[in-house]
Ligand binder design. Structure first.
Ligand code: ADP
Ligand code: MG
Length: 323
């Protein structure tokens, strides 16, 4: 089957309750309203609820049907929503044990996400920092980390992004027979806040070619941040601060796409089973979500992304690492 999904946007962030599901659902709606064919995938394997947020209670196929081979493609598991242009692959509805998928099931899911017929696939990767969430986050051509200004959310989002960066680079190192290079150092005492450049200093000194490959890999890591549940716009500075930490310590650009305020309507939308963007047309947070959706649609995906320049990672040469 050919690669048909033009753009996969993964939405993660580590912590539960921060708004990943609300943000991914409303971004998907905004993109459909921009005229794109969008498939939203509820990949929160343990606690799916996007069908509720979209007000879909009819029975039908779910991600579970796909994982258990009741349907042979993810394409067959999608159902239309009430929003024109938007379809949904519903999650396995909170079945105990549904969070535990095998490696083979995960690989099949990752493959089939790309095979969906759509302009855009939005994946709600769910909470947690396990390999399932990290690998689903990494599949995104654009990766959106959602967080609130609370310290716990910021910590989890940072750890989640770090886990994804290290897993991706770990794979690259492995192809060079250097699987230990990242693993040993990254978890050891005192290394929680070591920069990637410092961790890889010796490796780069020994192999400038590998350094070039690492840099290429990191430039393809298109991470964006979105803040949620903001009470006071001054709190948004914390999102830029964590973005700077990601750039300084993980060598990935992490621009802030925007933030949504804590909003009564947003809160009520979940209970009322009516998507926020259909309830609130002109609220500031609705405008912020629409602007973020447009930015995610317009971001070029070619090699040299023009967004490099805003918060560019520092060059990873051995000299700068030693500095
Ligand atoms: N901007 C917001 N304003 C008010 N309440 C919000 C906002 N974002 C999220 N919430 C509340 O948090 C709950 C959890 O959001 P959800 O999107 O399900 O989080 P996650 O998917 O990250 O676990 C929602 O049901 C809603 O009550
Ligand atoms: Mg959720």
């Amino acid at each position: 089957m050919s690669r048909v999904a033009e753009r996969i946007i993964s939405v993660g962030g580590g912590k539960g309750g921060v708004g990943k599901s609300l943000v991914s659902t409303n971004l998907a709606i905004a993109m459909a309203q921009e005229g794109r064919r969008v498939v939203l995938v509820d990949a929160d394997l343990g606690a799916s609820n996007l069908h509720t947020l979209l007000g879909l209670e009819r029975p039908g196929p779910t991600l579970q049907s796909f994982l258990e081979h009741e349907v042979e493609s993810l394409e067959e598991a999608r159902v239309e929503t009430n929003v024109p242009g938007l379809s949904l692959v519903r999650g396995a509805s909170a079945v105990v044990g549904s969070a535990n998928i095998s490696h083979g099931q995960k690989q099949r899911l990752l493959r089939h996400l790309r095979d969906l017929t759509a302009d855009v696939v939005v994946v709600d990767v769910g909470a947690g920092t396990g390999f399932n969430q990290v690998d689903l986050f990494d599949v995104g051509d654009l990766k959106l980390a959602v967080m609130t200004p609370q310290l716990t959310s910021i910590q989890n989002a940072y750890a989640f992004v770090k886990g994804t960066v290290y897993r991706r680079l770990g794979r690259l190192m492995k192809t060079h027979g250097l699987e230990g290079a990242l693993a040993e150092k990254h978890d050891g005492p005192g290394h929680e806040m070591a920069s990637l450049r410092a961790v890889l200093r010796d490796v780069f000194a020994a192999s400038p070619a590998l350094e070039a490959e690492v840099r290429r890999e990191l430039s393809r890591f298109r991470l964006r941040l979105f803040g949620n549940q903001v009470y006071d716009p001054r709190e948004a500075g914390v999102f830029r601060a964590v973005g700077k930490m990601m750039t300084d310590f993980l060598s990935v650009a992490a621009p802030l796409l925007g933030f949504a305020r804590a909003s009564r309507l947003m809160h009520d939308s979940a209970t009322q089973r009516r998507p926020y963007l259909l309830l609130a047309k002109h609220e500031e947070s609705a405008l912020a979500l629409r602007a973020a959706a447009r930015a995610l649609l317009q971001e070029p995906l070619e090699e040299e992304s023009p967004s490099v320049g805003r918060g560019v990672p520092a060059p990873m040469t051995a000299e700068t690492a030693a500095a």
